[in-house]
Design a protein. Structure first.
Length: 256
């Protein structure tokens, strides 16, 4: 078999001995189909195995394995059920050389996969700013994910203040981008906190600061159960004194 363009090319089945012992009959044609079917099944199994391995290798940062598999014909954009692309895994790990290789081999920087996440959506949940910048330089676009969650929500969910700042300042994403219930990244930074857990909450205070400095509106309301709350009311209800103080200070400075 020959791998060309990421697809298996089955050999033309010719065998004089086979033809001599099995003259052209329905039986022979059926036997040919059976043999070719088995060959094709074996090829497909091997290709699927290679596809899975390239995703695992990309996630592990194994550039040598990724190069070997892609050069042997595995599609650089392959995905499996509930997986991201190899490029997304490479970006999430900050593997810049691997990213360059996959892009050179035709990987789509805007291909959505699990949860409708493109590689840029995935990397926004990590601290790897260089990987995000590389994707953008190669044409990565700002897109929404499942449930219309945006990059601001993703950066907050995964506790990445520096990436959030990049998203707001460099990518010019709306700081008040809303999820279906009206919640913004600022709301999420409050919602994700645990009352009394100062160490856990510290990064969310940083995220709140980034949101506010870039135009996040504390007065916007979102639906929480049967309530509609703004950021200040949400912080007060949860007993988040530091967050509430930060929000009140911001509002006072804005009025002055």
């Amino acid at each position: 078999m020959i791998l060309a363009g990421g697809r298996a090319c089955l050999p033309v089945f010719r065998c004089s001995i086979f033809e001599r012992h099995y003259p052209r009959t329905r039986r022979r044609d059926n036997l040919c189909q059976l043999i070719l079917g088995k060959i094709e099944k074996t090829v497909n199994v091997r290709l699927r195995s290679g596809c899975l391995v390239v995703l695992i290798a990309a996630r592990a940062g194994d550039l040598k394995k990724v190069k070997s598999l892609v050069n042997d014909g595995v599609d650089p954009d392959v995905t499996s059920v509930n997986s991201y692309t190899a490029l997304a895994y490479a970006a999430a790990g900050g593997h810049l050389e691997m990213m360059q290789f996959l892009i050179e081999k035709g990987a789509d920087v805007n291909k959505p996969s699990r949860f409708k996440k493109t590689p840029l959506c995935v990397v926004v949940g990590t601290p790897h700013l260089d990987a995000a910048k590389l994707l953008v330089s190669k044409g990565a676009k700002v897109t929404l994910m499942n449930n219309n969650f945006g990059l601001t929500h993703e950066a907050v969910f995964w506790r990445q203040p520096k990436m959030l700042d990049f998203v707001l300042n460099e990518l010019k994403v709306d700081p008040n981008l809303k999820a279906p219930n009206g919640s913004t990244g600022l709301h999420w930074a409050i919602w994700r906190q645990i009352p009394g857990e100062d160490l856990h909450n510290q990064v969310y205070l940083e995220l709140i600061k980034v949101c506010l400095e870039n135009g996040g509106n504390p007065m916007l309301r979102f639906t929480q159960g049967d309530q509609e709350l703004n950021a200040l009311e949400s912080a007060a209800e949860k007993g988040l004194e530091k967050s509430l103080a930060m929000l009140k200070k911001h509002m006072a400075e804005k009025e002055n």
